[in-house]
Design a protein around this ligand. Structure first.
Ligand SMILES: [Fe+2]
Length: 350
């Protein structure tokens, strides 16, 4: 059974004694005090669940006592005892947090019923608050779990895409780790270009998957050692459209469509598949164009030897305004060579 301690505060010794006997007979433990000040002290030392107090006492009144014990313990139940002359004060005490008031002379049954009711209500309030706290804690935990699951999911997406990008690279002979490098160059350039942080994941996904449409190109064309015929080029040039069709229905990849679809568009409108011009070309694709060309020139391929960074950059500068967005070229040139070197080095690490 829960603790049932009652503090009785009354300056009238006889009343105190009677109340004491009533409560002890009903199975409660009692603490006694003969005025408000002592009542507060005994309360703080003993922490009873219920205080039964007279209103009119010398020194500290029952109302002041009520306020002080409730300040010390917001859960404490308080019943005030009042003479007929003081009913107004008793009603006011309810507003200050008293659970009930009992008219003097005290009726034993009425007092015990009020006591039970006050203790029950106190327990109910505590249970409700604990339940509320428990729910709040669960919400906090669930939110934290959800955030961590989301982070894990994002990481999984990213590594899946990286793996897919690498798989695509290995189909094109000699372009190993191309996607990983271009990904690094593109993010560095996007950063210099002031692309907002929330737009970066879509850009990154687009860069990693830019050639995913090549899955739909026959090996005879994709892996052909010699130059392609005009007919074969026509097939090859379908890979951005194929790529778009592949990913646009996958919700978390939809943001990659602009880069995948437009990664062969040129600033002067001479690209494909749509012949977009200037800023009609999505920014992500314009960034990709520059860094893709840079990687193609600075990494050994079966039919071309790698050029030094400055030679590749001069070539890119020459094509700014024709193939490339001049402002993106400027941003790319702001990326320090040391950072480009690091991306290159890391791309071939296992
Ligand atoms: Fe491509």
């Amino acid at each position: 059974m829960a603790q049932r301690d009652i503090l009785i505060v009354d300056d009238d010794r006889q009343v105190r004694e009677v109340l004491h006997q009533i409560f002890v007979a009903a199975g409660y433990n009692c603490l006694l005090a003969n005025d408000g000040r002592e009542g507060v002290e005994v309360f703080k030392a003993g922490r009873p669940q219920l205080v039964v107090t007279d209103l009119k006492m010398p020194g500290m009144t029952g109302i002041e006592l009520l306020q002080q014990v409730r300040a010390a313990d917001g859960d404490v139940a308080v019943i005030v005892l009042t003479g007929a002359a003081d009913v107004k004060t008793a009603i006011a005490s309810l507003k200050l947090g008293a659970h009930d008031f009992i008219m003097k002379p005290v009726n034993m049954d009425e007092l015990l019923i009020a006591t039970e009711r006050a203790l029950e209500r106190r327990q109910l309030l505590i249970d409700r608050r604990e339940y509320h706290d428990l729910l709040e804690r669960r919400v906090v935990e669930a939110t934290r779990d959800l955030a961590s699951a989301y982070r894990q999911l994002q990481e999984t997406y990213h590594s899946t895409l990286e793996a897919l990008g690498s798989a695509l690279d290995t189909r094109d002979v000699g372009t190993e780790a191309h996607s990983r490098r271009v990904h690094g160059y593109a993010l560095a350039t996007a950063h210099e270009h002031g692309v907002p942080e929330p737009d970066l994941p879509d850009l990154a996904h687009g860069v990693l998957l830019h050639d995913i449409g090549k899955i739909g190109i026959p090996d005879a064309i994709l892996l052909k050692p010699g130059p392609l015929t005009p007919e074969e080029w026509k097939v090859m040039r379908r890979h951005p459209d194929i790529g778009k069709a592949l990913i646009e229905r996958i919700p978390f990849l939809r943001g990659a469509v602009p880069v995948v679809w437009s990664h062969h568009e040129k600033w002067d409108g001479s690209g494909y598949p749509r012949g977009l011009q200037g800023e009609e070309i999505p920014l992500g694709a314009r960034i990709f164009m520059v860094v893709d060309a840079f990687d193609a020139m600075t990494f050994d391929r079966p039919y071309s030897k790698a050029k030094p960074f400055d030679v590749a950059k001069a070539e890119i500068k020459r094509c700014a305004g024709a193939h490339f967005d001049p402002s993106v070229v400027r941003s790319f040139f702001q990326v320090p060579d040391a950072l480009l070197e690091e991306v290159r080095r890391k791309s071939v690490e296992p």
